[in-house]
Write a protein that binds this ligand. Structure first.
Ligand code: NCD
Length: 355
């Protein structure tokens, strides 16, 4: 069972990703064929941060597979409020559940949990870092609605700095042929450099834009995101960024007829409500697709021994990661795990450079 986790979709091959999508599509067609697939299995959902879709779609996915769920959605109602470490909580829950889905405000927390769980761990969002099962949701949607994951011009708009869904999505789509990206944001909320590195490594075309109206015309996909208020240092900084990019009917008029609009949700004001009835607005349908993607993921992690083993080689580094948002700064028993990328030493928890 070792290393059978979903922390970051990036370490999966396109073939493995394809296997999840195909499985999700099979389940969609005949959901009742799967209603006893996880009889007697237990999913723990440990949500240290608010969630509607991710938590409930995981719970629904397990219930539809015949399994059951335990967990918390407010850590203050658990022993976390008494100062219990992540290690201790996870060690205990790993002894109760067959699989763990965790969301946590600190970067690298899912990797940290995977060290102690003894059962598969699924990253449901670790701070501003990654959100691989949202990406699964997004690519199941693209496969069903566009019929492909390559040759797409994708605009991502909003909080590209803190939006973990965008980071995971770009990391995954960069691996497919001829995808290009338009990165639409203010300067303050532009995409982290490590994501640009990934685009370059994969020879992906990308451009920066600060104007949604001007950029919308050539897009096949527009991925809107919320400004992540909870990740700002001050309310004033958030106020300066909110409502800068709003997709409304006027801007949408310049878009292609077959462009699709995605959004991980929740929405604030970045898409006006009158767009919801436009056939290109797929964000509510996207959340439905996500549930099937999660059913497929649970099945493959629990039942297919060959499915996915994370073989990334790590070593213990002499130094601690200096990223103040990294879980190693908070839970000091964690080993300084690192891996090498292009001759650089990277933190295995938060993917930031350590040297
Ligand atoms: C996203 C998240 O939690 O990162 N929500 C989700 O899981 N669908 C996006 C967000 O909160 O803005």
């Amino acid at each position: 069972m070792e290393n059978k986790n979903l922390i970051d979709l990036e370490v999966m091959t396109p073939q493995q990703i394809d296997k999840i999508i195909k499985k999700a599509q099979k389940i969609m067609k005949n959901p009742s064929d799967y209603r006893h697939s996880c009889d007697s299995k237990i999913l723990a959902t440990l949500f240290y941060e608010p969630s509607t879709r991710t938590q409930m779609s995981f719970q629904t996915a397990m219930l539809k597979l015949g399994g059951r769920t335990i967990g918390f959605d407010n850590p203050m109602n658990s022993s976390v409020s008494k100062g219990e470490s992540l290690k201790d909580t996870i060690t205990i829950i790993g002894g109760y559940a067959d699989i763990i889905a965790i969301r946590h405000p600190i970067e690298g927390s899912a990797t940290a949990a995977s060290l102690y769980a003894g059962v598969p761990v699924i990253n449901c969002g670790d701070g501003g870092h990654l959100h691989p099962t949202q990406t699964l949701t997004d690519i199941v949607t693209l496969s069903c609605e566009k019929g492909k994951l390559d040759n797409l011009k994708i605009g991502v708009c909003g909080d590209l700095l803190n939006g973990r869904t965008v980071h995971s999505l770009i990391k995954t789509l960069a691996k497919y042929k001829n995808n290009s990206f338009v990165l639409i944001s203010t300067k303050e909320l532009s995409i982290p450099l490590y994501i640009i590195d990934i685009l370059e490594k994969n020879n992906c075309k990308y451009e920066f834009s600060d104007n949604l109206a001007e950029s919308i015309g050539g897009l096949d996909v527009l991925y809107m995101t919320r400004i992540q208020r909870e990740r700002f240092a001050s309310e004033a900084e958030y106020e300066a960024q909110k409502n800068v990019f709003v997709l409304d009917k006027e801007k949408l008029a310049a878009a292609k007829d077959d462009m699709i609009i995605l959004h991980p949700l929740p929405r604030n004001n970045e898409i006006t409500v009158d767009i919801d009835d436009d056939p290109r607005a797929l964000y509510f349908k996207q959340a439905q697709y996500g549930m099937y993607g999660r059913m497929a993921l649970i099945l493959l992690l629990l039942q297919d021994d060959e499915f996915f083993i994370d073989n990334r080689e790590t070593t213990v580094s002499e130094h601690k990661c200096s990223n103040p948002k990294c879980i190693t700064q908070q839970e000091d028993y964690l080993p300084n795990l690192s891996y090498e990328k292009k001759g650089m030493v990277m933190c295995d928890f938060c993917d930031k450079r350590m040297d």
